[in-house]
Design a binder for this molecule. Structure first.
Ligand SMILES: NC(=O)C1=CN([C@@H]2O[C@H](COP(=O)(O)OP(=O)(O)OC[C@H]3O[C@@H](n4cnc5c(N)ncnc54)[C@H](OP(=O)(O)O)[C@@H]3O)[C@@H](O)[C@H]2O)C=CC1
Ligand SMILES: O=C1O[C@H](COP(=O)(O)O)[C@@H](O)[C@H](O)[C@H]1O
Length: 517
């Protein structure tokens, strides 16, 4: 079977063949306007526009239907915005002429409108430009589709949503729609998140709101439900009878350079754990949904979150890397953690007693994100294979996507001895030549298709904040302080001690030999 079979094929419409689309398909024929608010910012340049470009190249944004608008306060021309974006679409001097041609054509779809985030004039002008585009595509009023992507700080979400709602929504409902995409951080704690949700909720219906968590767009995160519910051998094993502990880990080998101001307000728990890692936990721990309808999946995720017990202070280790406060945008006395290990306990029939260890850190010794499911020791071990280490199922989200099962086998040879080996599915090997889409690419496509499966619902967000808010308040009040750690290290040694206390047994002496050798 050729690996090309896994390639994304060029499609001539937005219709999806995905299994997740069990909900009704309403034919959509109107023009599509994608409006990137905060178009001059970092996220827009680095993630949003490149994702849109990739969708365009694959035929998901046909130029006869789509127009893209950038909106921001900076006063620049269309061409200036285009040339800023261009640098993020053409990475090397040796880009093919086809690529350069695609970039030029894509950039021609982009128009820039300047205005402030609370000005009537700016949004009226934006609406006029969008309507002009819709008119040029002969779209019947009301059947047009308008997607507003808020690549903005959350402080301006309420005013921007109000402006969009008042001046820029699709004018009637003839199969068209208006949707908004909001980025994290969505609030700073339970109260502020709920307040933000209410403000936006007064303006838009829940099916119009797409709260993005880009970890939900990663290939191996999207694979989790398939793995768990489409494979017979996982079904009976995935519970407290067999699994001893689960680790969900995020490590970065660089600090907060250039983002110190933002980061210091939030810290690693709000930046990574409360959203990205907790979303992964939901998919690892949830029960099988009734079907793949987004609401059924999100119902199950909410149940897991609501079953998480209050965090015990003895099961938290916080760290701050030395040198973090040297950043001029970080206060000298900052108490903000750049590292945290937190043990969560899920109080339900499947998971009672199984620690879920969430670990995230900046400026560590490596960059990776993975889920490590460690199984219990074999009862009545006749091979004395305990010394080899426990069975582990590792799903590496990045870099180099892979999943592998560490297991004990007979060491090849005349002697009957055991050794730890692995069943290895490395994507680079198995799916050679297949491009794995960027998380944002996939999620933006979902917003166009109206599929909310991989977006965070309001009650899910609330439940997530309920778990972390008490701890976050203790940190904010200085009651819990981070331990110092060396940049380039594994983080505070106390974090590994906590891991051991939670029952994780590190495998020693396991050597992996990449299959290419
Ligand atoms: N397909 C593939 O690409 C495969 C790759 N491999 C590679 O083989 C190597 C070994 O595999 P694996 O066992 O999964 O990974 P590691 O050896 O990297 O880590 C094993 C576990 O030990 C923990 N650990 C490491 N040092 C300490 C410490 N000092 N105290 C406590 N815990 C510690 C790690 O935690 P932490 O997360 O904090 O680092 C991790 O949970 C890895 O580099 C892996 O990538 C193996 C199989 C397949
Ligand atoms: O949301 C965030 O994620 C990035 C890491 O994303 P990844 O896809 O590269 O793993 C992190 O660096 C950043 O601090 C955080 O805000």
């Amino acid at each position: 079977m050729g690996s090309g079979l896994w390639s994304i094929e060029k499609r001539d419409s937005f219709r999806s063949e995905s299994f997740s689309r069990e909900f009704e398909d309403v034919p959509e024929s109107g023009s599509l306007s994608i409006i990137v608010l905060g178009a001059s910012g970092d996220l827009a340049k680095k993630k949003t526009f490149p994702a849109l470009f990739n969708l365009y190249r694959q035929g998901f944004l046909p130029p006869n239907e789509v127009h893209i608008f950038g909106y921001a306060r900076t006063k620049i021309s269309d061409d200036e915005l285009r040339s800023r974006i261009r640098g993020y679409l053409v990475h090397d001097k040796g880009a093919s002429s086809q690529h350069l041609d695609d970039v030029s054509k894509f950039l021609q779809l982009i128009k820039y409108v300047s205005g402030s985030y609370d000005s009537e004039d700016g949004f009226r002008l934006l609406d006029k430009e969008i309507s002009k585009h819709e008119y040029s595509k002969n779209t019947v009023e009301g059947s047009s589709r308008r997607l507003f992507y808020l690549a903005l700080p959350p402080s301006v979400y309420p005013s921007v949503c109000k402006m969009v709602r008042t001046y820029c929504v699709n004018k009637s409902d003839l199969g068209g729609w208006t949707r908004i995409v909001v980025e994290k951080p969505f609030g700073k704690d339970l109260e502020s998140a709920e307040q933000l949700s209410s403000q936006i909720g007064e303006l838009f219906e829940e099916p119009q709101i797409y709260r993005i968590d880009h970890y939900l767009g990663k290939e191996l995160v999207q694979n989790l439900l398939v793995l768990r519910f489409a494979n017979r051998f996982f079904l009976p094993l995935w519970n407290r009878d067999n699994i001893h502990n689960v680790q969900i880990v995020f490590r970065e080998d660089f600090g907060t350079e250039g983002r110190g101001g933002y980061f210091d307000e939030y810290g690693i728990i709000r930046d990574i754990i409360q959203n990205h890692l907790l979303q992964v936990l939901c998919l690892v721990a949830m029960e099988k949904p009734v079907s793949l309808k987004p609401e059924y999946i999100r119902d199950e995720k909410v149940k897991v979150l609501q079953s998480v017990l209050p965090i015990n202070d003895d099961e938290v280790v916080l760290g701050q890397y030395e040198g973090y406060r040297d950043d001029p945008t970080v206060p000298d006395q900052s108490n903000t953690p750049t590292f945290a290990t937190v043990v969560l306990r899920i109080h339900n029939e499947r998971w009672e007693g199984v620690p879920f260890i969430l670990k995230a850190g900046k400026a560590l010794n490596s960059r990776k994100a993975e889920i490590r499911v460690q199984f219990k020791d074999v009862p009545g071990d006749i091979f004395k294979c305990k010394k080899q280490g426990r069975n582990e199922f590792v799903i590496r989200l990045q870099p180099s996507e892979a999943m592998y099962m560490k297991l004990t086998v007979k060491k090849p040879g005349l002697e009957m001895s055991t050794v730890q080996s692995e069943l290895d599915l490395s994507y680079g090997q198995r799916y050679q030549g297949v491009t794995i889409p960027e998380a944002y690419e996939r999620l933006i496509l979902d917003t166009i298709r109206g599929d909310q499966q991989h977006f965070v619902r309001r009650d899910e967000l609330k439940a997530a904040w309920e778990i972390f808010t008490p701890l976050l308040h203790r940190i904010d009040n200085g009651e819990t302080k981070p331990l110092a750690y060396q940049p380039g290290s594994r983080g505070p040694a106390e974090a590994d001690e906590l891991l051991e206390k939670a029952g994780y047994v590190q495998t020693h002496g396991y050597i992996w030999i990449p299959p290419t050798l």
